[in-house]
Design a binder for this molecule. Structure first.
Ligand code: SF4
Length: 148
């Protein structure tokens, strides 16, 4: 199975969930939110197609503290491949950023996550003070107890 990837940031982000995190930006998003920071991730026919096994190996070797955020782009457009990736990283602390509502995230994916940012960005509710979200209608939720 392959995942279509825009880029991976191993430099250590402190804005994409708790702690210092590597960030995997997946390719493809149809939402077209105003103020999107990553419009280069929108096209569905761009990015690099990477075998999940290769991607997991790269992340395991370079994400020194095993903290990973999956962002985009819209990760749920590639939910099966994201799930396959997480099955190869069971010991990682994982956050997923989606524009979907929490109720639309597959349960089997939620079970593999430690944190989720859910909800569509709303420019009218933009916030710069609530951690890890862009607008106040979005949720950033710790899911530790749901994890297997
Ligand atoms: S969901 Fe995220 S990647 Fe997609 S347009 Fe909105 S802010 Fe950009």
């Amino acid at each position: 199975m392959n995942l279509i990837v825009r880029s991976i940031d191993f430099s250590g982000s402190i804005a994409d969930g708790p702690g210092v995190r590597s960030v995997l930006f997946v390719q493809g998003c149809r939402r077209r939110c105003p103020d999107c920071h990553n419009p280069e991730t929108w096209p569905l026919d761009a990015g690099s197609t990477v075998p999940v096994a290769e991607l997991a190996g790269q992340i395991r070797s370079r994400a020194f503290n095993k903290k990973l955020t999956i962002s985009g782009g819209e990760p749920l457009l590639q939910a099966d491949a994201v799930l396959a990736l997480l099955e190869r990283l069971p010991d990682f602390d994982v956050a997923l950023y989606t524009g979907a509502d929490l109720g639309d995230v597959p349960e089997e994916l939620l079970a593999r996550l430690d944190y989720i940012k859910a909800g569509r960005y709303d420019r009218e509710k933009r916030t710069t003070t609530t951690p890890y979200v862009g607008s106040s209608n979005q949720q950033f939720i710790a899911l530790e107890r749901r994890r297997r």
